[in-house]
Design a protein around this ligand. Sequence first.
Ligand SMILES: Nc1ncnc2c1ncn2[C@@H]1O[C@H](COP(=O)(O)OP(=O)(O)OP(=O)(O)O)[C@@H](O)[C@H]1O
Length: 313
Amino acid sequence: MKDIIVSLKELGKNYNGLDVLQNINLDLKAGEVLGLFGHNGAGKTTMMKLILGVIEASSGSVNVFDVAPQSKQAWHSRKKIGYLPENVSFYDHLTGLEVLTYFARLKTSPKPQVKQLLEQVGLTHAINRPVKTYSKGMRQRLGLAQAFLGEPKLLLLDEPTVGLDPIATKEFYLSVDNLKSKGASVILCSHVLPGVEQHIDRAMILAGGKMQALGTLNDLRNQADLPVNIAAHGLNGAVLDDPKLNLHLIKNTSENSQLQVPEQNKISVLKHLLAYDNITDIHLDAPTLEQLYQHYLNKHDQQKNVTKQGTQL
Ligand SMILES: Nc1ncnc2c1ncn2[C@@H]1O[C@H](COP(=O)(O)OP(=O)(O)OP(=O)(O)O)[C@@H](O)[C@H]1O
């Protein structure tokens, strides 16, 4: 299909007989941003390398811009891909300007873009300094400028915000939003979950090389069926004792009452709370990406334990 930029079917990779990625299925559409999350060693970088064609799949298939990334035809589409590796490294004795000019030549990107990108990532003041004098965050910014070269149609970003300060992180996400609005597809993996949710369309959670979840955050919330968090002010420690509401009281002080309720009881609980005359404020929070991530990882650990116990019997 024309609209599908990356298609993974039953994709698997093993190293020396050990499965590090199994049965991954994904159709990434044009203009879609996918957040890829998982513990250390879950298989995130391996998946990116398979999409880039740097390593070969052990099973299943990869298609990027409708061709296998290791095929000869893939040569033409490589220019359309931007990649930020997990650990950026450059020719240290070259200046930032020289490094980016070199990459721009390799990618045949327009020359004016080099200075423009260096400005976008906030490195204008340091373009004539050798990269060996750059701080970790400055190197990461240079790495991002390199990935953004040529206005890519597919961006693969491995830990893009590592080392970035809060302002640079915010600016990075704005750049992602901007590329998305121009139709670029993005796969980004990160261990820093707060702040990511509003910039991704779907999330994939990997654990032990297997896909634990794939969908929009709402899909994941519906599947996980985690409780909703409610904070109420002004209850003055009133007893919330209706057993039908099935609520779990986390904290109940004179100022603040915090409770968790199953999603399906949310409205009844809100009606119940509003019946208290003294109530002054109510906050309602859906499960965060962090809570969802924790839920799917716990589920994976439980499944692993069941399998382990089964094999011990
Ligand atoms: N060249 C290799 N040879 C053998 N095993 C490898 C190789 N590359 C990766 N692995 C293994 O594959 C698994 C997945 O590694 P990968 O780098 O994809 O994880 P990751 O999810 O990106 O982890 P992290 O968050 O730590 O970067 C790990 O168990 C790793 O040891």
